[in-house]
Design a protein around this ligand. Structure first.
Ligand code: S3P
Length: 439
């Protein structure tokens, strides 16, 4: 991978592509496969750097992990994790480290977790706090709340945890620990966050309850339930499909279809936002795969208009605001994105990086503590482009600006393009195969 990538104004994009496997489900299939007894076979696994780090971690915790074909993996779980021989390096993956800490906390073992420079900057107490309440011990090796951290697990007691923000990572870590805790563990969330852990736990034979109560949604599970290996078919990642689809919307004359996109309603907030903006987005061939709703999504070039994104939609599109902002740069009028303070603790501070990057491309953006507002060029206007965008190790910041560059007047460059492989290996080839100009 070169040290920079540059996207240049492209002619109409056209074609049909398949989205890479869903990252959230890929991590979970590896982790549950490793915790279970017996064999798990996974099809459609995302072979991105984040998931490969989780695969190595699960192997270090005692499972046998084997690649048996393209996107096809076999995991032989030992029915529990054991103390690994070396540090668990989760690379860039927040989901990987947080879910693995939850899973590992339930077993009598010690393990040190670490990650790359970006992951070392991200808060971990949101997960280690509740896990410590259950009885796990954490020893911060450099600074409190930051990796690396050493975990001592085992002998956990169930807790009832009430989340203030809807976070699937926190919910999942607590549930995975709860599997090996004494009693019934519950997590209450104000809005529903992605429910892949709950669904996949059921596929592995566990009982998980979900109830709507006064304070929100309560997910609960009884400790001591064994997991049994199973077959997992991972559908396409809507968060990755977003990039070719966005290019279809903003490059004049385009029609881009992404096949096999997971359409779990807790993940499709972006599509709803684009529709509100007037996007020509159609879904065909709706079906079910891997226990999830799936369909083929087509985006055609559209005259977009700015919208106020409802704040209660944030959980269902939290990773998609960067690409939404890139498309909003071409819309008529103002797009308001608020209630998204969580964006600041992702792979980078995504509010500040998008504000900086879009401004470098001549787009008018206002920054708020918990949101940002983009004023679009509209029909007849144009986005200047021309920036070198600093991505701070963040794959989605890089891809969002490259997509913007396909429709801007001047080329847009991004640094650290190697990070794109954490979630979307083959991104450049796919975009260029559709007619994009990224080099
Ligand atoms: C994820 C949950 C989200 C999301 C992340 C993947 C998951 O994080 O941003 O990319 O797979 O559970 P939070 O749960 O912290 O919001």
């Amino acid at each position: 991978m070169p040290s920079q990538l540059t996207a240049s104004r492209s002619n109409a994009l056209a074609g049909t592509v398949r989205a890479p496997g869903d990252k959230s489900m890929s991590h979970r299939s590896m982790i549950l496969g490793g915790m279970a007894s017996g064999v798990t076979e996974v099809e459609g696994l995302l072979e991105g750097d984040d998931v490969l780090a989780t695969a190595r971690a699960v192997q270090a915790f005692g499972a046998k992990v084997e690649r048996i074909g393209e996107g096809r993996w076999r995991i032989e779980g030992a029915g529990g994790f054991k103390t690994p021989a070396s540090v668990i390096d989760c690379g860039n993956a927040g989901t990987g480290v947080r879910l693995l800490m939850g899973a590992a906390a339930g077993y009598p073992l010690t393990a040190t977790f670490d990650g790359d420079a970006s992951l070392r900057r991200r808060p971990m107490k949101r997960v280690t706090g509740p896990l410590a309440d259950m009885g796990a011990r954490f020893d911060w090796r450099a600074a409190e709340d930051r990796l690396p951290v050493a975990l001592t697990g085992g002998a956990l007691t169930a807790i009832d945890y009430v989340q203030t923000v809807a976070s699937a990572q926190i919910k999942s870590a607590i549930l995975l620990a709860g599997l090996n805790a004494q009693g019934v563990t519950s997590v209450t969330e104000p809005e529903k966050s992605r429910d892949h852990t709950e669904r996949m736990l059921r596929a592995f034979g566990a009982e998980v309850g979900v109830e709507e109560m006064g304070q929100g949604w309560v997910v609960s599970l009884k400790g001591g339930q064994p997991l049994t290996g199973t077959f997992v078919a991972v559908p396409g990642d809507p968060s990755s499909a977003a990039f070719p689809l966005a290019a279809g919307l903003i490059v004049p004359g385009s029609a881009v279809t992404v096949e096999g996109v997971m359409l779990n309603p807790l993940r499709t907030g972006l599509f709803a936002a684009w529709r509100d903006m007037g996007a020509d987005l159609t879904i065909s061939n709706r079906r079910e795969a891997g226990g999830e709703a799936v369909g083929d999504v087509t985006a055609r070039h559209s005259a977009l208009k700015g919208v106020v994104v409802p704040e209660d939609r944030a959980a269902s599109m939290i990773d998609e605001y960067p690409i939404l902002a890139a498309t909003a740069a071409f819309a008529e009028g103002v797009t308001v994105m608020r209630g998204v303070g969580e964006m600041r603790v992702k792979e980078s501070d995504r509010i500040s990086l998008m504000v900086e990057g879009l401004r470098a491309c001549g787009v008018q953006v206002e920054e708020e503590p918990e949101g940002f507002i983009v004023t679009g060029a509209g029909e007849g206007g144009s986005v200047r482009g021309g920036g070198l965008v600093h991505t701070a190790h963040d794959h989605r910041i890089a891809m969002s600006h490259l997509v913007l560059g396909l429709a801007a007047d001047q080329p847009v460059s991004v640094d650290e393009p190697g990070m794109i492989a954490t979630s979307f290996p083959g991104f450049v080839e796919m975009m260029n195969g559709l007619g994009g100009r990224i080099a």
